[in-house]
Design a protein around this ligand. Structure first.
Ligand SMILES: Cc1cc2nc3c(=O)[nH]c(=O)nc-3n(C[C@H](O)[C@H](O)[C@H](O)COP(=O)(O)OP(=O)(O)OC[C@H]3O[C@@H](n4cnc5c(N)ncnc54)[C@H](O)[C@@H]3O)c2cc1C
Length: 564
Protein backbone atom coordinates (compact mmCIF):
# COMPACT_ATOMS: atom_id res chain seq x y z
CA UNK A 1 0.00 0.00 0.00
CA UNK A 2 1.20 3.49 -0.80
CA UNK A 3 0.40 5.53 2.27
CA UNK A 4 -1.46 8.71 1.79
CA UNK A 5 -2.60 11.36 4.23
CA UNK A 6 -6.32 10.74 4.48
CA UNK A 7 -7.26 14.38 4.65
CA UNK A 8 -6.09 15.35 1.17
CA UNK A 9 -6.33 13.80 -2.28
CA UNK A 10 -3.12 12.46 -3.75
CA UNK A 11 -2.67 15.18 -6.36
CA UNK A 12 0.72 16.83 -6.27
CA UNK A 13 0.59 20.32 -4.84
CA UNK A 14 2.78 23.34 -5.00
CA UNK A 15 3.81 25.86 -2.43
CA UNK A 16 0.58 27.64 -1.66
CA UNK A 17 1.46 31.35 -1.44
CA UNK A 18 -2.03 32.49 -0.54
CA UNK A 19 -2.47 30.28 2.46
CA UNK A 20 1.20 30.34 3.41
CA UNK A 21 1.40 26.58 3.30
CA UNK A 22 4.73 24.84 3.11
CA UNK A 23 5.63 22.07 0.69
CA UNK A 24 8.43 20.05 2.23
CA UNK A 25 10.42 16.91 1.68
CA UNK A 26 11.48 14.92 4.73
CA UNK A 27 14.20 12.33 4.35
CA UNK A 28 15.29 9.52 6.67
CA UNK A 29 11.99 9.41 8.51
CA UNK A 30 11.93 6.21 10.55
CA UNK A 31 8.76 4.29 11.31
CA UNK A 32 8.35 0.79 12.77
CA UNK A 33 7.97 -2.34 10.61
CA UNK A 34 4.31 -2.92 9.75
CA UNK A 35 3.67 0.80 10.23
CA UNK A 36 0.35 2.53 9.60
CA UNK A 37 -0.49 5.96 8.12
CA UNK A 38 -0.93 7.20 11.68
CA UNK A 39 2.67 6.15 12.54
CA UNK A 40 3.87 8.23 9.60
CA UNK A 41 1.80 11.21 10.71
CA UNK A 42 3.19 11.00 14.24
CA UNK A 43 6.76 10.74 12.94
CA UNK A 44 6.28 13.79 10.68
CA UNK A 45 4.81 15.90 13.48
CA UNK A 46 7.71 14.92 15.72
CA UNK A 47 10.31 15.75 13.10
CA UNK A 48 8.76 19.12 12.25
CA UNK A 49 7.99 19.94 15.86
CA UNK A 50 4.57 21.17 14.74
CA UNK A 51 0.98 20.50 15.81
CA UNK A 52 -0.97 17.60 14.29
CA UNK A 53 -3.45 20.16 12.97
CA UNK A 54 -0.64 21.91 11.00
CA UNK A 55 -0.24 18.88 8.81
CA UNK A 56 -2.38 19.17 5.68
CA UNK A 57 -1.26 16.10 3.71
CA UNK A 58 1.64 13.78 3.10
CA UNK A 59 2.74 11.22 0.57
CA UNK A 60 5.38 8.52 0.97
CA UNK A 61 7.59 8.72 -2.12
CA UNK A 62 10.42 6.34 -1.21
CA UNK A 63 10.79 3.48 1.22
CA UNK A 64 13.66 1.27 2.31
CA UNK A 65 14.41 -1.06 5.15
CA UNK A 66 17.11 -0.72 7.79
CA UNK A 67 17.50 -3.98 9.68
CA UNK A 68 21.21 -3.89 10.32
CA UNK A 69 21.91 -6.01 13.41
CA UNK A 70 23.68 -3.11 15.18
CA UNK A 71 20.39 -1.20 15.45
CA UNK A 72 18.24 -1.54 18.53
CA UNK A 73 15.24 -2.43 16.33
CA UNK A 74 14.67 -2.70 12.58
CA UNK A 75 12.88 0.24 10.97
CA UNK A 76 11.37 1.34 7.69
CA UNK A 77 13.05 4.49 6.40
CA UNK A 78 10.80 6.82 4.43
CA UNK A 79 11.11 9.85 2.24
CA UNK A 80 7.89 11.82 2.55
CA UNK A 81 6.48 14.84 0.78
CA UNK A 82 4.51 16.96 3.20
CA UNK A 83 2.25 19.95 3.03
CA UNK A 84 1.95 21.82 6.30
CA UNK A 85 0.71 25.11 7.67
CA UNK A 86 2.52 27.62 9.77
CA UNK A 87 6.04 28.86 10.12
CA UNK A 88 8.99 26.51 10.47
CA UNK A 89 12.64 27.28 10.85
CA UNK A 90 13.89 24.81 8.27
CA UNK A 91 17.54 25.51 9.05
CA UNK A 92 17.10 23.92 12.43
CA UNK A 93 15.39 20.79 11.15
CA UNK A 94 17.38 17.68 10.21
CA UNK A 95 16.74 16.19 6.72
CA UNK A 96 13.89 18.58 5.96
CA UNK A 97 13.96 20.74 2.86
CA UNK A 98 11.57 22.85 0.88
CA UNK A 99 10.15 20.71 -1.93
CA UNK A 100 11.25 21.66 -5.41
CA UNK A 101 8.95 19.93 -7.82
CA UNK A 102 10.89 18.19 -10.57
CA UNK A 103 9.08 17.15 -13.75
CA UNK A 104 7.75 13.64 -13.16
CA UNK A 105 6.40 12.91 -16.59
CA UNK A 106 8.11 12.28 -19.88
CA UNK A 107 7.45 15.29 -22.14
CA UNK A 108 4.58 14.89 -24.59
CA UNK A 109 5.52 13.87 -28.11
CA UNK A 110 3.53 14.56 -31.24
CA UNK A 111 0.70 12.25 -32.20
CA UNK A 112 1.16 10.57 -35.53
CA UNK A 113 -1.39 10.76 -38.28
CA UNK A 114 -1.72 8.23 -41.04
CA UNK A 115 1.68 6.95 -42.21
CA UNK A 116 2.33 5.13 -45.46
CA UNK A 117 3.98 2.17 -43.73
CA UNK A 118 3.30 0.97 -40.21
CA UNK A 119 6.25 0.85 -37.84
CA UNK A 120 7.13 -2.70 -36.82
CA UNK A 121 8.37 -3.70 -33.36
CA UNK A 122 10.07 -7.09 -33.11
CA UNK A 123 10.07 -8.84 -29.74
CA UNK A 124 7.49 -8.69 -26.95
CA UNK A 125 9.91 -8.50 -24.03
CA UNK A 126 9.99 -5.49 -21.67
CA UNK A 127 11.63 -3.28 -24.35
CA UNK A 128 9.32 -4.26 -27.21
CA UNK A 129 6.14 -4.12 -25.12
CA UNK A 130 6.92 -0.64 -23.78
CA UNK A 131 7.96 0.55 -27.25
CA UNK A 132 4.79 -0.81 -28.87
CA UNK A 133 2.67 0.72 -26.11
CA UNK A 134 4.24 4.15 -26.60
CA UNK A 135 3.89 3.93 -30.39
CA UNK A 136 0.26 2.90 -29.99
CA UNK A 137 -0.42 5.81 -27.62
CA UNK A 138 1.14 8.15 -30.19
CA UNK A 139 -1.34 6.89 -32.76
CA UNK A 140 1.29 5.10 -34.88
CA UNK A 141 -0.65 1.78 -34.98
CA UNK A 142 2.45 -0.41 -34.56
CA UNK A 143 2.67 -4.02 -35.59
CA UNK A 144 4.34 -6.04 -32.81
CA UNK A 145 5.68 -9.40 -33.90
CA UNK A 146 6.82 -12.12 -31.52
CA UNK A 147 8.39 -15.49 -32.39
CA UNK A 148 6.81 -17.21 -29.38
CA UNK A 149 3.25 -17.49 -28.11
CA UNK A 150 1.14 -15.53 -25.65
CA UNK A 151 2.32 -15.56 -22.03
CA UNK A 152 -0.44 -18.00 -21.01
CA UNK A 153 0.47 -20.48 -23.75
CA UNK A 154 4.17 -20.10 -23.12
CA UNK A 155 3.65 -20.99 -19.46
CA UNK A 156 2.55 -24.49 -20.52
CA UNK A 157 5.61 -24.98 -22.75
CA UNK A 158 7.97 -23.87 -20.00
CA UNK A 159 6.33 -26.15 -17.42
CA UNK A 160 6.73 -29.11 -19.81
CA UNK A 161 10.36 -28.15 -20.45
CA UNK A 162 11.22 -28.15 -16.75
CA UNK A 163 9.29 -31.35 -16.10
CA UNK A 164 10.30 -33.51 -19.07
CA UNK A 165 13.08 -31.66 -20.91
CA UNK A 166 10.85 -31.25 -24.01
CA UNK A 167 12.32 -28.20 -25.68
CA UNK A 168 10.44 -25.82 -27.98
CA UNK A 169 12.92 -23.53 -29.81
CA UNK A 170 10.34 -20.76 -30.24
CA UNK A 171 8.53 -20.91 -26.90
CA UNK A 172 10.71 -21.30 -23.86
CA UNK A 173 12.13 -19.49 -20.83
CA UNK A 174 13.80 -16.93 -23.11
CA UNK A 175 11.41 -16.64 -26.07
CA UNK A 176 7.73 -15.74 -26.08
CA UNK A 177 5.53 -12.88 -24.90
CA UNK A 178 7.00 -11.19 -21.83
CA UNK A 179 10.53 -11.98 -23.05
CA UNK A 180 13.35 -13.18 -20.85
CA UNK A 181 11.82 -11.27 -17.97
CA UNK A 182 8.64 -13.33 -17.69
CA UNK A 183 10.01 -16.29 -15.73
CA UNK A 184 12.33 -14.14 -13.71
CA UNK A 185 12.91 -12.86 -10.24
CA UNK A 186 10.95 -9.82 -11.36
CA UNK A 187 13.11 -7.47 -9.36
CA UNK A 188 12.84 -4.01 -10.78
CA UNK A 189 16.31 -2.78 -9.95
CA UNK A 190 16.77 0.54 -11.71
CA UNK A 191 20.29 1.82 -12.01
CA UNK A 192 19.02 4.14 -14.75
CA UNK A 193 19.23 7.87 -13.97
CA UNK A 194 16.31 8.38 -16.33
CA UNK A 195 13.85 8.73 -13.42
CA UNK A 196 10.87 10.00 -15.46
CA UNK A 197 10.94 7.00 -17.81
CA UNK A 198 11.58 4.56 -14.95
CA UNK A 199 8.54 6.08 -13.23
CA UNK A 200 6.53 5.83 -16.41
CA UNK A 201 7.40 2.13 -16.81
CA UNK A 202 6.54 1.38 -13.18
CA UNK A 203 3.26 3.31 -13.48
CA UNK A 204 2.42 1.26 -16.57
CA UNK A 205 3.02 -1.93 -14.56
CA UNK A 206 0.79 -0.59 -11.78
CA UNK A 207 -1.91 0.26 -14.34
CA UNK A 208 -1.64 -3.39 -15.43
CA UNK A 209 -2.07 -4.76 -11.93
CA UNK A 210 1.29 -4.51 -10.14
CA UNK A 211 1.25 -3.30 -6.54
CA UNK A 212 1.77 0.46 -6.16
CA UNK A 213 4.57 -0.45 -3.71
CA UNK A 214 6.91 -0.65 -6.70
CA UNK A 215 6.60 3.12 -7.09
CA UNK A 216 8.20 3.77 -3.71
CA UNK A 217 10.26 0.73 -2.69
CA UNK A 218 14.02 1.04 -2.95
CA UNK A 219 14.21 -2.60 -4.06
CA UNK A 220 10.97 -3.12 -5.96
CA UNK A 221 9.97 -6.70 -6.73
CA UNK A 222 7.02 -8.18 -8.61
CA UNK A 223 7.64 -11.91 -9.00
CA UNK A 224 6.91 -14.23 -11.92
CA UNK A 225 3.38 -15.11 -10.81
CA UNK A 226 2.40 -11.42 -10.98
CA UNK A 227 4.26 -10.80 -14.25
CA UNK A 228 2.18 -13.55 -15.83
CA UNK A 229 -0.92 -11.46 -15.02
CA UNK A 230 0.59 -8.06 -15.91
CA UNK A 231 1.89 -8.90 -19.40
CA UNK A 232 -1.51 -9.90 -20.92
CA UNK A 233 -2.99 -6.63 -19.60
CA UNK A 234 -0.20 -4.63 -21.23
CA UNK A 235 -0.88 -6.48 -24.47
CA UNK A 236 -4.57 -5.55 -24.16
CA UNK A 237 -3.61 -1.86 -23.70
CA UNK A 238 -1.46 -1.95 -26.84
CA UNK A 239 -4.37 -3.44 -28.82
CA UNK A 240 -6.88 -1.01 -27.32
CA UNK A 241 -4.79 1.89 -28.61
CA UNK A 242 -4.56 0.58 -32.16
CA UNK A 243 -1.51 -1.71 -32.02
CA UNK A 244 -1.60 -5.23 -33.45
CA UNK A 245 0.26 -8.18 -31.94
CA UNK A 246 1.21 -11.22 -34.05
CA UNK A 247 2.46 -14.33 -32.26
CA UNK A 248 4.43 -17.26 -33.67
CA UNK A 249 5.84 -14.79 -36.17
CA UNK A 250 9.60 -14.85 -36.36
CA UNK A 251 11.68 -12.10 -37.97
CA UNK A 252 13.57 -14.02 -40.65
CA UNK A 253 15.10 -11.37 -42.86
CA UNK A 254 15.63 -7.64 -43.19
CA UNK A 255 16.16 -5.97 -46.54
CA UNK A 256 17.67 -2.57 -47.12
CA UNK A 257 17.64 -0.36 -50.19
CA UNK A 258 21.20 0.93 -49.95
CA UNK A 259 21.42 1.82 -46.29
CA UNK A 260 17.68 2.46 -45.85
CA UNK A 261 15.25 -0.09 -44.47
CA UNK A 262 12.95 -1.41 -47.14
CA UNK A 263 11.10 -4.44 -45.77
CA UNK A 264 11.29 -7.43 -43.48
CA UNK A 265 10.34 -11.07 -43.80
CA UNK A 266 8.47 -12.43 -40.81
CA UNK A 267 6.50 -15.65 -40.48
CA UNK A 268 7.25 -16.37 -44.14
CA UNK A 269 5.66 -13.10 -45.33
CA UNK A 270 7.28 -9.93 -46.65
CA UNK A 271 6.19 -6.81 -44.79
CA UNK A 272 7.00 -3.40 -46.24
CA UNK A 273 8.09 -0.97 -43.56
CA UNK A 274 10.50 1.93 -43.22
CA UNK A 275 10.82 1.77 -39.43
CA UNK A 276 11.81 -1.30 -37.47
CA UNK A 277 12.30 -1.23 -33.71
CA UNK A 278 14.37 -4.31 -32.98
CA UNK A 279 13.90 -5.48 -29.38
CA UNK A 280 14.79 -9.15 -29.67
CA UNK A 281 16.88 -9.52 -26.50
CA UNK A 282 20.37 -10.99 -26.42
CA UNK A 283 19.33 -14.62 -26.76
CA UNK A 284 18.21 -14.14 -30.39
CA UNK A 285 21.53 -15.26 -31.81
CA UNK A 286 19.99 -15.89 -35.22
CA UNK A 287 19.16 -12.17 -35.42
CA UNK A 288 22.77 -11.15 -34.69
CA UNK A 289 23.88 -13.49 -37.50
CA UNK A 290 21.30 -11.92 -39.80
CA UNK A 291 22.44 -8.38 -38.94
CA UNK A 292 26.08 -9.35 -39.54
CA UNK A 293 25.09 -10.81 -42.93
CA UNK A 294 23.29 -7.58 -43.85
CA UNK A 295 26.30 -5.46 -42.92
CA UNK A 296 24.73 -3.71 -39.91
CA UNK A 297 27.37 -2.11 -37.66
CA UNK A 298 28.12 -4.39 -34.69
CA UNK A 299 30.85 -4.65 -32.10
CA UNK A 300 31.66 -7.13 -29.35
CA UNK A 301 31.25 -5.99 -25.78
CA UNK A 302 32.33 -7.36 -22.39
CA UNK A 303 29.99 -9.71 -20.58
CA UNK A 304 30.45 -12.24 -17.76
CA UNK A 305 30.13 -15.98 -17.15
CA UNK A 306 30.16 -18.18 -14.07
CA UNK A 307 27.83 -20.21 -11.88
CA UNK A 308 24.57 -19.84 -9.97
CA UNK A 309 25.14 -20.31 -6.25
CA UNK A 310 22.41 -21.42 -3.86
CA UNK A 311 22.25 -21.56 -0.08
CA UNK A 312 19.54 -21.76 2.58
CA UNK A 313 17.63 -18.46 2.80
CA UNK A 314 17.67 -18.75 6.58
CA UNK A 315 21.46 -18.31 6.52
CA UNK A 316 21.18 -15.25 4.27
CA UNK A 317 18.53 -13.75 6.58
CA UNK A 318 20.72 -14.38 9.60
CA UNK A 319 23.74 -12.82 7.89
CA UNK A 320 21.81 -9.67 6.97
CA UNK A 321 19.38 -9.29 9.87
CA UNK A 322 21.22 -10.98 12.77
CA UNK A 323 18.93 -11.30 15.76
CA UNK A 324 16.04 -9.72 13.83
CA UNK A 325 15.97 -12.67 11.38
CA UNK A 326 12.61 -14.40 11.59
CA UNK A 327 10.65 -11.18 12.18
CA UNK A 328 7.52 -11.74 10.03
CA UNK A 329 7.65 -8.14 8.75
CA UNK A 330 11.10 -8.65 7.25
CA UNK A 331 11.18 -9.97 3.72
CA UNK A 332 13.70 -12.54 2.50
CA UNK A 333 17.10 -10.82 2.58
CA UNK A 334 19.37 -10.33 -0.39
CA UNK A 335 23.09 -9.69 -0.79
CA UNK A 336 25.50 -8.12 -3.22
CA UNK A 337 29.14 -9.26 -3.06
CA UNK A 338 32.17 -8.30 -5.09
CA UNK A 339 35.81 -9.33 -5.26
CA UNK A 340 38.51 -7.30 -6.96
CA UNK A 341 41.10 -9.03 -9.18
CA UNK A 342 43.93 -10.47 -7.12
CA UNK A 343 47.07 -12.28 -8.33
CA UNK A 344 45.99 -14.61 -11.14
CA UNK A 345 42.33 -14.40 -10.18
CA UNK A 346 40.10 -12.06 -12.16
CA UNK A 347 37.32 -9.98 -10.59
CA UNK A 348 34.14 -11.73 -9.48
CA UNK A 349 30.75 -10.36 -8.48
CA UNK A 350 27.36 -11.62 -7.45
CA UNK A 351 24.52 -10.72 -9.78
CA UNK A 352 20.77 -11.11 -10.03
CA UNK A 353 20.19 -12.27 -6.46
CA UNK A 354 16.87 -14.09 -6.06
CA UNK A 355 15.92 -14.30 -2.35
CA UNK A 356 13.56 -17.17 -1.56
CA UNK A 357 13.70 -18.16 -5.23
CA UNK A 358 14.54 -21.01 -7.56
CA UNK A 359 17.46 -21.89 -9.79
CA UNK A 360 16.15 -22.65 -13.26
CA UNK A 361 17.37 -24.16 -16.49
CA UNK A 362 17.04 -21.93 -19.58
CA UNK A 363 17.69 -22.64 -23.25
CA UNK A 364 17.04 -20.95 -26.55
CA UNK A 365 18.65 -23.66 -28.70
CA UNK A 366 18.59 -27.42 -28.42
CA UNK A 367 21.76 -29.04 -27.08
CA UNK A 368 22.79 -25.98 -25.07
CA UNK A 369 21.70 -24.76 -21.68
CA UNK A 370 22.28 -21.98 -19.21
CA UNK A 371 21.13 -21.23 -15.66
CA UNK A 372 19.27 -18.32 -14.15
CA UNK A 373 17.13 -17.50 -11.11
CA UNK A 374 13.47 -16.71 -10.64
CA UNK A 375 11.06 -16.12 -7.79
CA UNK A 376 7.38 -15.71 -7.06
CA UNK A 377 6.00 -12.57 -5.42
CA UNK A 378 6.11 -14.16 -1.93
CA UNK A 379 9.80 -15.06 -2.23
CA UNK A 380 9.15 -17.81 0.27
CA UNK A 381 11.20 -20.72 -1.07
CA UNK A 382 13.68 -22.46 1.21
CA UNK A 383 16.80 -21.22 -0.65
CA UNK A 384 18.14 -18.01 -2.10
CA UNK A 385 20.40 -17.88 -5.14
CA UNK A 386 22.62 -15.49 -7.07
CA UNK A 387 24.93 -15.66 -10.05
CA UNK A 388 28.65 -15.44 -9.23
CA UNK A 389 30.25 -14.29 -12.43
CA UNK A 390 33.62 -13.38 -13.86
CA UNK A 391 33.97 -10.64 -16.51
CA UNK A 392 34.99 -11.69 -20.01
CA UNK A 393 36.67 -9.01 -22.12
CA UNK A 394 36.55 -8.94 -25.93
CA UNK A 395 40.31 -9.83 -26.02
CA UNK A 396 39.54 -13.13 -24.24
CA UNK A 397 37.07 -14.12 -26.94
CA UNK A 398 39.40 -13.35 -29.82
CA UNK A 399 39.49 -16.22 -32.28
CA UNK A 400 36.24 -17.71 -30.97
CA UNK A 401 34.31 -16.59 -34.07
CA UNK A 402 34.26 -19.09 -36.93
CA UNK A 403 36.19 -18.56 -40.15
CA UNK A 404 34.59 -15.83 -42.24
CA UNK A 405 32.31 -14.77 -39.40
CA UNK A 406 32.02 -11.19 -38.11
CA UNK A 407 34.42 -10.76 -35.14
CA UNK A 408 31.57 -9.21 -33.12
CA UNK A 409 29.98 -12.67 -32.93
CA UNK A 410 32.95 -14.14 -31.04
CA UNK A 411 31.22 -13.67 -27.67
CA UNK A 412 28.24 -15.71 -28.85
CA UNK A 413 30.53 -18.57 -29.89
CA UNK A 414 32.29 -18.31 -26.52
CA UNK A 415 28.93 -18.61 -24.71
CA UNK A 416 27.83 -21.48 -26.95
CA UNK A 417 30.93 -23.55 -26.14
CA UNK A 418 30.14 -23.30 -22.43
CA UNK A 419 26.41 -23.91 -22.89
CA UNK A 420 27.01 -27.02 -25.03
CA UNK A 421 29.45 -28.37 -22.42
CA UNK A 422 26.86 -27.70 -19.67
CA UNK A 423 24.19 -29.57 -21.62
CA UNK A 424 26.49 -32.57 -22.04
CA UNK A 425 27.66 -32.48 -18.40
CA UNK A 426 23.99 -32.60 -17.38
CA UNK A 427 23.57 -35.80 -19.38
CA UNK A 428 21.13 -34.30 -21.93
CA UNK A 429 17.42 -33.55 -21.45
CA UNK A 430 18.34 -30.29 -19.77
CA UNK A 431 19.33 -31.55 -16.32
CA UNK A 432 21.48 -28.88 -14.65
CA UNK A 433 25.11 -29.73 -13.79
CA UNK A 434 25.67 -29.10 -10.09
CA UNK A 435 28.35 -29.49 -7.43
CA UNK A 436 28.67 -28.88 -3.72
CA UNK A 437 30.92 -25.87 -3.10
CA UNK A 438 33.30 -27.92 -0.90
CA UNK A 439 33.73 -30.49 -3.69
CA UNK A 440 34.24 -27.76 -6.29
CA UNK A 441 37.02 -26.28 -4.15
CA UNK A 442 38.65 -29.73 -3.80
CA UNK A 443 38.35 -30.53 -7.55
CA UNK A 444 35.86 -33.34 -6.84
CA UNK A 445 32.56 -34.31 -8.40
CA UNK A 446 29.94 -34.50 -5.64
CA UNK A 447 28.54 -37.92 -4.69
CA UNK A 448 25.19 -36.30 -3.96
CA UNK A 449 23.59 -32.86 -3.74
CA UNK A 450 22.14 -31.13 -0.66
CA UNK A 451 18.42 -31.37 0.11
CA UNK A 452 16.24 -29.44 0.00
CA UNK A 453 17.34 -27.40 -2.97
CA UNK A 454 15.27 -25.47 -5.47
CA UNK A 455 16.45 -27.18 -8.65
CA UNK A 456 15.42 -30.81 -8.39
CA UNK A 457 16.50 -31.68 -11.95
CA UNK A 458 20.21 -31.35 -11.25
CA UNK A 459 23.04 -33.89 -11.56
CA UNK A 460 26.54 -33.89 -10.00
CA UNK A 461 29.10 -32.83 -12.61
CA UNK A 462 32.71 -31.81 -13.13
CA UNK A 463 32.71 -28.02 -13.61
CA UNK A 464 36.21 -28.00 -15.07
CA UNK A 465 34.65 -29.65 -18.14
CA UNK A 466 32.09 -26.87 -18.45
CA UNK A 467 33.78 -23.57 -17.62
CA UNK A 468 37.02 -22.09 -18.98
CA UNK A 469 40.03 -22.61 -16.63
CA UNK A 470 40.35 -18.87 -15.77
CA UNK A 471 36.71 -18.80 -14.66
CA UNK A 472 37.09 -21.97 -12.54
CA UNK A 473 40.26 -20.72 -10.83
CA UNK A 474 38.76 -17.26 -10.17
CA UNK A 475 35.58 -18.74 -8.69
CA UNK A 476 37.62 -21.08 -6.48
CA UNK A 477 39.60 -18.26 -5.00
CA UNK A 478 36.80 -15.66 -4.88
CA UNK A 479 33.68 -17.50 -3.67
CA UNK A 480 34.90 -18.58 -0.18
CA UNK A 481 36.27 -15.07 0.43
CA UNK A 482 33.09 -13.41 -0.77
CA UNK A 483 30.88 -15.67 1.35
CA UNK A 484 32.91 -14.72 4.43
CA UNK A 485 30.96 -11.47 4.32
CA UNK A 486 27.78 -13.44 4.98
CA UNK A 487 28.22 -14.06 8.68
CA UNK A 488 27.03 -17.57 9.61
CA UNK A 489 26.95 -18.89 6.04
CA UNK A 490 27.98 -22.58 6.03
CA UNK A 491 30.09 -23.42 3.00
CA UNK A 492 29.08 -27.09 3.26
CA UNK A 493 25.44 -26.13 2.53
CA UNK A 494 26.30 -24.20 -0.63
CA UNK A 495 25.61 -25.72 -4.03
CA UNK A 496 26.72 -24.40 -7.42
CA UNK A 497 24.91 -24.84 -10.73
CA UNK A 498 26.42 -24.35 -14.20
CA UNK A 499 26.59 -22.38 -16.28
CA UNK A 500 25.59 -18.75 -15.98
CA UNK A 501 26.32 -17.29 -19.41
CA UNK A 502 23.62 -14.76 -20.26
CA UNK A 503 24.02 -12.01 -17.72
CA UNK A 504 24.31 -9.43 -20.52
CA UNK A 505 24.68 -9.11 -24.26
CA UNK A 506 28.04 -10.07 -25.82
CA UNK A 507 27.25 -7.87 -28.85
CA UNK A 508 26.39 -4.22 -29.33
CA UNK A 509 24.37 -3.02 -32.34
CA UNK A 510 25.92 0.40 -32.83
CA UNK A 511 23.45 3.26 -32.84
CA UNK A 512 23.38 7.05 -32.78
CA UNK A 513 21.89 9.56 -30.32
CA UNK A 514 18.46 9.07 -31.91
CA UNK A 515 18.64 5.31 -31.16
CA UNK A 516 18.95 4.62 -34.90
CA UNK A 517 21.49 2.11 -36.24
CA UNK A 518 24.83 3.78 -36.91
CA UNK A 519 24.93 2.14 -40.33
CA UNK A 520 21.31 1.73 -41.48
CA UNK A 521 18.44 4.24 -41.47
CA UNK A 522 15.08 3.07 -40.21
CA UNK A 523 16.53 0.39 -37.91
CA UNK A 524 16.13 1.13 -34.19
CA UNK A 525 17.91 -1.47 -32.01
CA UNK A 526 16.56 -1.31 -28.43
CA UNK A 527 16.57 -3.17 -25.14
CA UNK A 528 19.07 -5.70 -23.88
CA UNK A 529 19.84 -7.11 -27.33
CA UNK A 530 21.05 -3.71 -28.54
CA UNK A 531 23.86 -3.89 -25.99
CA UNK A 532 22.84 -0.54 -24.48
CA UNK A 533 20.62 -1.90 -21.68
CA UNK A 534 20.39 -4.80 -19.27
CA UNK A 535 17.68 -5.92 -16.88
CA UNK A 536 13.92 -5.49 -17.01
CA UNK A 537 13.74 -1.79 -16.11
CA UNK A 538 16.63 -0.50 -18.17
CA UNK A 539 15.49 -2.54 -21.19
CA UNK A 540 11.93 -1.23 -20.87
CA UNK A 541 13.21 2.35 -20.46
CA UNK A 542 15.46 1.89 -23.49
CA UNK A 543 12.51 0.57 -25.53
CA UNK A 544 10.48 3.57 -24.48
CA UNK A 545 13.23 6.02 -25.41
CA UNK A 546 13.79 4.39 -28.80
CA UNK A 547 10.02 4.52 -29.45
CA UNK A 548 9.97 8.23 -28.57
CA UNK A 549 12.78 8.85 -31.06
CA UNK A 550 10.88 6.87 -33.65
CA UNK A 551 7.71 8.88 -33.01
CA UNK A 552 9.66 12.09 -33.57
CA UNK A 553 10.99 10.67 -36.84
CA UNK A 554 7.52 9.55 -37.94
CA UNK A 555 6.11 12.98 -37.09
CA UNK A 556 8.79 14.65 -39.24
CA UNK A 557 8.18 12.21 -42.10
CA UNK A 558 4.42 12.64 -41.87
CA UNK A 559 4.86 16.41 -42.08
CA UNK A 560 1.49 18.18 -42.08
CA UNK A 561 -0.28 14.93 -41.12
CA UNK A 562 1.35 14.98 -37.69
CA UNK A 563 -0.93 16.37 -35.04
CA UNK A 564 0.46 18.23 -32.06
C1 LIG B 1 15.39 -16.36 -15.76
C2 LIG B 1 15.70 -14.90 -15.85
C3 LIG B 1 15.55 -14.10 -14.73
C4 LIG B 1 15.78 -12.73 -14.79
N1 LIG B 1 15.53 -11.96 -13.69
C5 LIG B 1 15.63 -10.62 -13.80
C6 LIG B 1 15.24 -9.80 -12.72
O1 LIG B 1 14.78 -10.24 -11.69
N2 LIG B 1 15.37 -8.45 -12.87
C7 LIG B 1 15.86 -7.89 -14.01
O2 LIG B 1 15.96 -6.67 -14.08
N3 LIG B 1 16.24 -8.66 -15.05
C8 LIG B 1 16.11 -10.00 -14.98
N4 LIG B 1 16.46 -10.79 -16.04
C9 LIG B 1 16.94 -10.12 -17.27
C10 LIG B 1 15.75 -9.51 -18.02
O3 LIG B 1 14.77 -10.48 -18.16
C11 LIG B 1 16.18 -8.98 -19.36
O4 LIG B 1 17.18 -8.01 -19.13
C12 LIG B 1 15.03 -8.32 -20.11
O5 LIG B 1 13.98 -9.22 -20.27
C13 LIG B 1 15.49 -7.84 -21.47
O6 LIG B 1 14.39 -7.27 -22.11
P1 LIG B 1 14.30 -7.12 -23.69
O7 LIG B 1 12.91 -6.73 -24.00
O8 LIG B 1 15.40 -6.28 -24.18
O9 LIG B 1 14.59 -8.59 -24.28
P2 LIG B 1 13.87 -9.97 -23.98
O10 LIG B 1 13.19 -9.95 -22.70
O11 LIG B 1 14.90 -11.01 -24.21
O12 LIG B 1 12.75 -10.07 -25.09
C14 LIG B 1 13.05 -10.29 -26.45
C15 LIG B 1 11.81 -10.83 -27.14
O13 LIG B 1 12.08 -10.90 -28.53
C16 LIG B 1 11.55 -12.11 -29.06
N5 LIG B 1 12.32 -12.45 -30.26
C17 LIG B 1 13.62 -12.83 -30.32
N6 LIG B 1 13.97 -13.05 -31.61
C18 LIG B 1 12.89 -12.80 -32.36
C19 LIG B 1 12.63 -12.88 -33.76
N7 LIG B 1 13.57 -13.24 -34.63
N8 LIG B 1 11.37 -12.60 -34.18
C20 LIG B 1 10.38 -12.24 -33.32
N9 LIG B 1 10.59 -12.16 -31.98
C21 LIG B 1 11.82 -12.43 -31.52
C22 LIG B 1 11.74 -13.10 -27.92
O14 LIG B 1 10.87 -14.21 -28.05
C23 LIG B 1 11.44 -12.25 -26.71
O15 LIG B 1 10.09 -12.28 -26.38
C24 LIG B 1 16.24 -12.16 -16.01
C25 LIG B 1 16.44 -12.97 -17.13
C26 LIG B 1 16.17 -14.32 -17.06
C27 LIG B 1 16.39 -15.17 -18.28
Amino acid sequence: MVEQGKFKNNKRWKFDMKNRNLALIIRQLEVPLGYSASDVRIAIVRRLGCQKSDLISFEVVRRSLDARPRRSAPAVVLQVEVQSRGRLNLKRLRNVERLVLAPTVVPAYPRIGKTEYRPVVVGAGPAGLMAAYHLALAGAKPLLIERGGRAEERQQDVAAFWRTGTFNPESNVLFGEGGAGLFSDGKLTARSKDRPRVRRFCETLVACGASADILIDSEPHVGSDKLLQIVPRLRALIEEHGGEVCYHTKLEDITFRGTHLDSIVAGGKRIETRHLLLAVGHSARDVYHLLAKRGVALESKPFAVGVRLELPQEQINFAQYGRFAGNPHLRAASFKLTRRPEGDAAACYSFCMCPGGMVICCASEDGMMTTNGMSLSARSQFCGNAAFIVPVQPETMQGAARAGEHEALAGIRFQETIERAAYEAGGGLFAVPAVRLMDFLADRVSDDLPEPRSCSKAVPADFSEVLPPFVVSTLKSAIPRMLRELNGCKLEDVVLYAAETRSSSPVRILRDEQCCSASHRGLYPAGEGSGYAGGIVSSAVDGLRAAEMLVQRLALDAGPHARA
